[in-house]
Ligand binder design. Structure first.
Ligand code: SF4
Length: 352
């Protein structure tokens, strides 16, 4: 890292500095964010991930925005843990449509001991396709984090959601500190961190500043920072939340870009509600990662081909991920993986 680069990577931001960024005139904020973005990234490349819900619904937590919580009647169909083979099939399809990272999400408070062999098999199987792997499974203790890291998991997603001050209005079943502990376990196990939040939940601008301050002052910035826009789901406590001003969303992206210049800032849930112009503005503000595919866990995501059309119109290319194994080696690795485990090991027995 050269001296110039180093001077932009800070972990000692003050709340006043972050709030001052939010308060900048919009054009000045965009200019700063774009200037910095171009120093660290090719502005015409966007990293593409695909998200697969490996276990849907029936979550015991009470996150007020989430249709997967068992506490809210959202009409969501519950699904058991997906078979490993099926996950690998989904990953193959994701790779064929241009994704370089495959993210697997389970609606758990935290994984149980009996779940771990299945999820580690998933990591190994998806990795053998030459894709980067990411998981979000809830809270992890030190040992679970190490097990996943040893299986080869590249990224772990665990969001802080919002500022510490507003957090209690959104979730009561786990604390902010619980989340920070999981993030520390993930980091200590050697995995990359994917951590961000949601805007539009009724928080103040100072809460958006508070969230980004937490992320930017971590000892290492999360490599991936998803910025979600609330998807209002009928049946959840936030179903009738007032709409967020789109410019406030773009400002949040721009400030995240300035505070964490080396991180991928991800345009995440809520893209369905954004028109092409708003998405283009988010890219201008420094967003350089998206989820691509038909579903974003359980909320709709703009159709994959629509994304590609937008990329074409904007001259954006998906960011490449170097795959060292050739296609044949990858196929052989998958076949091996499948052969090594007895078939029934690939299926989750919910009765256990
Ligand atoms: S956000 Fe995660 S932890 Fe919270 S209710 Fe939804 S699935 Fe459960």
């Amino acid at each position: 890292m050269n001296v110039l680069t180093q001077s932009f990577i800070r972990h000692d931001w003050t709340r006043a500095e972050v709030e001052a960024l939010f308060a900048l005139p919009f054009s000045d904020l965009m200019y700063q964010a774009q200037t910095l973005h171009r120093q660290f990234f090719n502005p015409n490349e966007v990293q593409v991930s695909t998200l697969c819900s490996i276990k849907t619904g029936a979550c015991p937590e009470d996150c007020a925005y989430c249709p997967q919580s068992a506490r809210y009647d959202t009409g969501l169909e519950r699904e058991k843990l997906m078979a490993v083979e099926k996950v690998i099939e989904e990953a193959k399809a994701a790779k064929a449509s241009g994704a370089t990272r495959f993210c697997m999400g389970a609606a758990w408070r935290s994984p149980k001991g009996k779940d771990m062999p299945y999820v580690t098999n998933m990591v190994q199987g998806v990795k053998s396709l030459g894709l980067e792997t990411c998981m979000t499974l809830g809270m992890l203790d030190e040992q679970q984090a190490q097990t996943l890291a040893d299986a080869g998991l590249d990224y772990y997603n665990h969001n802080l959601d919002t500022s510490p001050e507003f957090y209690g209005d959104i979730i009561t079943t786990r604390t902010y500190q619980d989340r920070l502990n999981t993030l520390a376990n993930v980091r200590n196990a050697g995995m990359k961190v994917c951590c961000g939040g949601i805007v539009g939940m009724g928080e103040e601008e100072s809460d958006r500043a508070g969230l980004l301050l937490q992320l930017a002052n971590m000892p290492e910035h999360p490599e991936s920072v998803p910025v979600n826009m609330l998807v209002k789901v009928e049946g959840t406590p936030l179903a009738d939340q007032a709409d967020l001003d789109p410019f406030d969303f773009i400002r949040t992206i721009a400030v995240a870009r300035i505070l964490m210049p080396q991180s991928h800032v991800r345009l995440s849930a809520g893209r369905e509600q954004m028109n092409d112009q708003m998405q283009a503005m988010a890219f201008l503000a420094g967003a350089n990662s998206i989820f691509y595919g038909e579903k974003l866990l359980t909320t709709p995501n703009p159709e994959a081909n629509k994304d590609m059309q937008l990329f074409k119109r904007l001259g954006i290319k998906p960011e490449a991920y170097e795959v060292h194994e050739n296609e044949e080696e990858q196929q052989a690795a998958i076949a091996n993986q499948l052969q090594e485990a007895k078939l029934d090991q690939f299926f989750y027995n919910a009765a256990n």
